[in-house]
Design a protein around this ligand. Structure first.
Ligand code: C2E
Ligand code: MG
Ligand code: MG
Ligand code: MG
Length: 301
């Protein structure tokens, strides 16, 4: 971020060049630093999963959560995934990290089940990097994590990227169908930013589609975005694919999505991703709230 800022503030040719080089150098250095710290971070257990609830728009019930990785670096503090996932992917470290994420999410989901915090239709969604998917034995990793924790496969949902489907390789298709056979749900993350189409989804037995935040954030202002989102929702529903809106930040947005026929949503309007302790409190408060109003529909945060 800093290097881009510098680049924009200097206009005169020579300065520009000088700063650009420095920025590039800094970036390479940053990557190398991050990579060596990443190895250390994994062995020293500096990673943690946060959880963001997923809400059923018709009833206001929490029907799932998405697990999102966080890195607590002893010196640099909290680092968000956009700053280290790409490095983990390029270095191949994503395999080990991704395995940990799947295991930890399954373990924690089982714990929530035992604490009586989640209902029978609650699912835990986990992001899977396309790199991890094509390199590793993803089916075995998932199968083992479920068995080890005694978690039903129906509890787990894997969030995949559109690029994975476009690849259209036989081995990826095989892995996806194996996962479906296990009983795991498949979701396409950030839908609309890539170039896949709804036809792919059926062929790969994808049951959930998450519409990218960039469309959702514009539905109140831009007619175009609203039309697009509505069309996606309509086709998906005819194909029996559930639609989740990501990045819902206001009551107005939640209501607009509900009117458009969207099933589920997540976003800062309800809560930011929470660490395990705060997530548990959030779930308890929600249970109390649900009991109080007898499960009446509410879009209220
Ligand atoms: P994603 O899977 O699309 O996750 C949604 C991102 O949007 C999260 O950012 C979440 O904190 C953020 N978000 C949720 N609601 C709102 C909202 O209302 N407004 C705004 N502005 N943002 C919202 P986060 O946690 O920083 O994760 C970024 C990306 O990093 C994720 O995008 C995902 O692609 C990747 N990622 C996160 N955890 C993992 C992981 O365990 N494994 C892999 N492979 N990738 C991960
Ligand atoms: Mg996701
Ligand atoms: Mg997403
Ligand atoms: Mg995203």
């Amino acid at each position: 971020q800093a290097d881009i800022a510098m680049y924009h503030t200097k206009d005169s040719g020579r300065n520009n060049y000088h700063f650009f080089n420095e920025a590039m150098h800094q970036r390479v250095q940053d990557r190398l630093n991050i990579l060596s710290y990443l190895h250390e971070g994994l062995s020293k257990r500096q990673f943690e999963l946060y959880y963001q609830p997923k809400i059923d728009l018709a009833t206001g019930r929490i029907i799932g959560a998405e697990a999102l990785i966080r890195w607590h670096h002893p010196v640099r503090g909290l680092i968000t995934p956009d700053d280290f996932i790409p490095v983990a992917e390029q270095s191949g470290l994503i395999e080990e990290m991704g395995t940990w994420v799947v295991e930890e999410a399954c373990r924690y989901c089982k714990q929530c089940e035992e604490l009586g915090l989640i209902e029978s239709d609650f699912t835990m969604a986990v992001n899977i990097s396309p790199v991890q998917f094509s390199r590793g034995a993803i089916t075995e990793v998932v199968d083992e994590a479920l068995k080890k924790n005694g978690l039903a496969a129906q509890r787990l949902e894997l969030e995949l990227t559109e690029s994975l489907l476009i690849d259209n390789s036989a081995s990826i298709k095989r892995a996806l169908l194996q996962l479906r056979k296990l009983g795991v749900e498949l979701a396409i993350d950030d839908f609309g930013t890539g170039y896949s189409n709804l036809g792919y989804l059926k062929a790969f037995q994808v049951g959930v589609l998450k519409i990218d935040r960039s469309f959702i954030s514009k539905i109140l202002e831009a007619e175009q975005s609203r039309i697009l989102v509505e069309a996606i929702i309509q086709v998906a529903s005819r194909l029996n694919i559930k639609v989740v809106a990501e990045g819902v930040e206001s009551q107005q947005m939640a209501e607009a999505l509900f009117v458009l026929g969207c099933d589920q949503a997540q976003g800062f309007h309800w809560t930011r991703p929470l660490n395990a302790m705060k997530f548990e409190k959030y779930m308890r408060d929600h249970q109390r709230e649900q009991r109080r109003n007898g499960g009446a529909p509410t879009l209220q945060a």
